[in-house]
Design a protein around this ligand. Structure first.
Ligand code: TXA
Ligand code: MG
Length: 307
């Protein structure tokens, strides 16, 4: 694998795949306009084809060539881009994102990431870049370059080590189509922050239409996951919250009870706990407010509670 932003851009131009750091999680990137490259992403991830991908661009002007912005979408972009918010918009007639990447839908998901390396790569490449999280389908998203390489390194011609992802959870996905703004996937931008800009959010109509492809056993480690655990039993690994780790099988998501810190540590600690080959990974209760909504969403999926 070739390393560096220039090598990454060359790989995208050649229709190859690359590991792209973002502030949320690492992505497995390809030229969004190249259907063969997009097909290679689905193949590498082992991902069902009906799950559409997010197009990443360097600036709002580039996003406007892909999707139609009404005033609500414009306000959201102004408030949160660059950053961890994805907008699902009506696709423009000359939208460069391939049908395959959009799973045949007449909408397109767009985001302008904040990570410096991602921005440099997207500016140099020029066109939209699809980048689903760089994990095999159903597994936790990678938040370090090493974890991304372990998951999908075999399929990538290039990559950039952008360090530990500052946010650690995927972007929030909202649709801004006809009708109310809908929350399709809770994420790094909280519901409260969105509602300050666009007023009360509507819920997704049903889980199937919510964000296609959000099945149970997403974000899942090898070990079974049990939630709301105040303490582990023998042989179990524990993701605790609001206390210091007291032994080698305890991973403190945030000793001080800070939800941001817990979000940033979540996927990396699920992986570390899993490497101990415990009988189960048990997780302390996480408060539901703010970023806790997205953390609990990922945990319920890791535990297989959400269908
Ligand atoms: O933070 C992130 O968003 C990361 C980083 C790498 O940018 N990417 C990411 O991509 O999480 P992915 O492919 O794992 O998640 C894309 C989500 C899925 O839930 C998908 O169903 C939804 O976005 N999505 C994409 N296009 C959509 C569309 N047209 N309508 C509804 N949902 C869509
Ligand atoms: Mg993913």
């Amino acid at each position: 694998m070739k390393l560096g932003v220039e090598a990454l851009v060359d790989a995208l131009r050649a229709g190859e795949l690359a590991i792209l750091p973002t502030e949320t999680v690492y992505g497995l990137a390809a030229d969004a306009a190249n259907a063969r490259a997009v097909a290679a992403i689905y193949e590498a991830k082992g991902r069902p084809r009906f799950n559409p991908l997010i197009a990443h661009v360097a600036a709002v002007t580039a996003a406007e060539r892909l999707g139609g912005f009404d005033t609500r979408a414009r306000d959201l972009a102004e408030a949160f881009w660059p950053g961890p918010l994805t907008l699902v918009l009506p696709a423009t007639t000359n939208c460069m994102v391939s049908d395959l990447a959009r799973a045949g839908l007449d909408t397109v998901a767009v985001r302008v990431p904040a990570h410096a390396h991602a921005r440099a790569a997207l500016s140099a490449f020029g066109g939209p870049v699809v980048a689903p999280s760089a994990n095999r389908s159903g597994r936790p998203s990678p938040t370090t370059f090493a974890d991304a390489c372990e998951e999908v390194g075999f399929a990538a011609a290039a990559g950039v080590d952008g360090g530990l992802c500052a946010v650690g959870l995927e972007s929030t996905v909202v649709s801004v189509l006809n009708g109310p703004v809908r929350l399709l996937r809770p994420g790094a931008i909280t519901r409260d922050a969105l509602e300050v800009v666009v007023g009360p959010l509507a819920e997704a109509e049903s889980d199937a239409r919510r964000s296609p492809g959000r099945h149970a056993a997403h974000y899942a480690p090898e070990a079974p996951v049990r939630l709301e655990a105040e303490a582990p039993r023998a042989g179990e690994a524990w993701l605790s919250f609001g206390r210091q780790a007291a032994g080698p099988a305890e991973f403190a998501l945030s000793p001080t009870g800070d939800l941001r810190e817990a979000a940033a540590n979540l996927f990396a600690m699920l992986r570390m706990a899993d490497r101990l080959r415990p009988s189960a990974i048990v997780v302390a209760p996480i408060p539901p407010h703010g970023l806790g909504e997205a953390i609990n969403d990922r945990l319920r999926r890791a535990a297989g509670y959400v269908g």
